[in-house]
Design a protein around this ligand. Structure first.
Ligand SMILES: [Zn+2]
Length: 399
């Protein structure tokens, strides 16, 4: 069964892979290509627990930490919230457990917003409610791998109606070597394909076979937790204005140069429901706001450009033209959130602490650009067409 699943997945990849040599297009964003990681030097689960406690305590209640769910193996999933404005920004990190710069950037932001009495921090707390999920997939984080820690039989235990479904979903990993991780002994799912724009979706057997262009199933407790956080914020605020997902990618280049990309941005994960191509999403047409997503991306891009010379100006646009409704970004964009993907360059295994620090700083800078732009109402003044001027990503250097 597992071989069949992967045969299907790889034929999809081959069919859509024209420009990119290795693994490719159908699975973006956040495919495992070219990524190898070393978890040392990053905040692990126990350290996160301690750091969040410290941040909450030293903020004297300004930062509120809550447990919002449990991973499949029973680890608590933390939410940290700061600010009391009527504009809500939801930021998630480590949906892929081996993509860790975002977690550090979130912790730095929480420390600052929790404790600073500067007019800048006060303004942000007044205007924005910042809700963060610093380690949304802790089982994967502890294993330092992409997929969660869950077998298909555990899914069937949770959803008995799937017993006759004819096998696992396509995003189920059972291969002995994915990014160097052995999923044969310890299978799991790519949680970032387990979302569905219908936030009330209940898995049905006839929906189970799938591909990246079909919505996910909310079969993992991790995706269910984020979905519940999102729905609760909808109930509280009417809409979740902004959703940001923090990832890593392989080593790529700024188009037309041999400069390595520091980070790529994107606000496009599904075709516009108002277009012919996106007509299958027409029920979400009134919610979807691509221009707002583009403005938010430009706010992050401009903040990074202000940092000055390379590497902070080696920022590119991630692959466009995607149709990935099973990603958190795709599903939440269809529910009306302005969406931003951060894809930090990977290959951290070969990088020293200095480089790690620089990458965290890049994420933090982009996040600050968005948060400030929302707090100060300057995002709405950005020309969304500037998004199209962000340099493209090249998959080999221009020599
Ligand atoms: Zn990822």
């Amino acid at each position: 069964m597992k071989k069949q699943v992967f045969a299907v997945a790889s034929s999809i990849v081959l069919a859509s892979s024209i420009a990119i040599p290795t693994f490719a297009a159908g699975n973006h964003p956040g495919t495992p290509e070219q990524q190898t990681y070393n978890s040392s030097g990053w905040t692990d689960y126990a350290q996160l627990t301690k750091k969040l406690e410290q941040i909450e305590k030293s903020s004297q209640g300004t930062v509120q930490v809550d447990v919002v769910g449990q991973s499949n193996k029973g680890l608590d999933i933390y939410q940290a919230r700061v600010g009391h404005g009527d504009k809500v920004i939801l930021i998630e990190s480590e949906i892929h457990g081996n993509e860790k710069t975002g977690t550090e950037a979130i912790l730095n932001l929480l420390s600052y917003l929790g404790s600073s009495n500067s007019p800048h921090a006060q303004k942000i707390r007044e205007e924005v409610t910042l809700v963060t999920l610093p380690k949304m997939n802790p089982d994967a984080s502890e294993l330092d791998r992409r997929g969660n820690d869950m077998s298909w039989s555990e899914v069937v235990e949770d959803f008995p109606q799937l017993a006759e479904a004819g096998g696992p979903t396509w995003n189920y990993y059972t291969d002995p070597n994915i990014q160097g991780d052995d999923y044969a002994a310890n299978p799991g799912f790519d949680v970032n394909r387990d979302f569905n724009p219908n936030l009330d979706y209940v898995p049905e057997a006839e929906d189970v076979p799938g591909s990246s262009t079909q919505p996910g199933w909310y079969i993992t407790p991790e995706a269910q937790t984020v979905r519940d956080v999102y729905k609760n914020l909808q109930n509280e605020f009417g809409t979740v204005d902004v959703f940001i997902d923090l990832h890593h990618q392989g080593l790529y280049y700024v188009d037309g140069t041999s400069d390595p990309v520091t980070l790529s941005l994107s606000g496009q994960f599904v075709p516009d429901p108002n277009s012919e191509e996106g007509s299958k999403y027409s029920e979400y047409a009134d919610n979807y706001d691509f221009d707002y997503s583009r403005q938010l991306n430009v706010a992050a891009y401009d903040a990074l450009q202000e940092m000055g010379n390379s590497p902070f100006d080696n920022i590119t646009l991630y692959r466009q033209g995607l149709d990935l409704p099973g990603t958190a970004l795709g599903s939440f964009a269809l529910n009306g959130s302005g969406t931003v993907l951060f894809e930090v360059t990977g290959q951290t295994q070969s990088l020293g602490q200095k480089k790690k620090g620089m990458l965290v700083k890049a994420v933090e800078t982009g996040l600050r650009g968005i948060i400030e732009g929302v707090a100060e109402d300057t995002v709405e003044d950005v020309n969304p067409e500037e998004y199209e001027e962000i340099p493209e990503t090249a998959y080999s250097p221009s020599l």
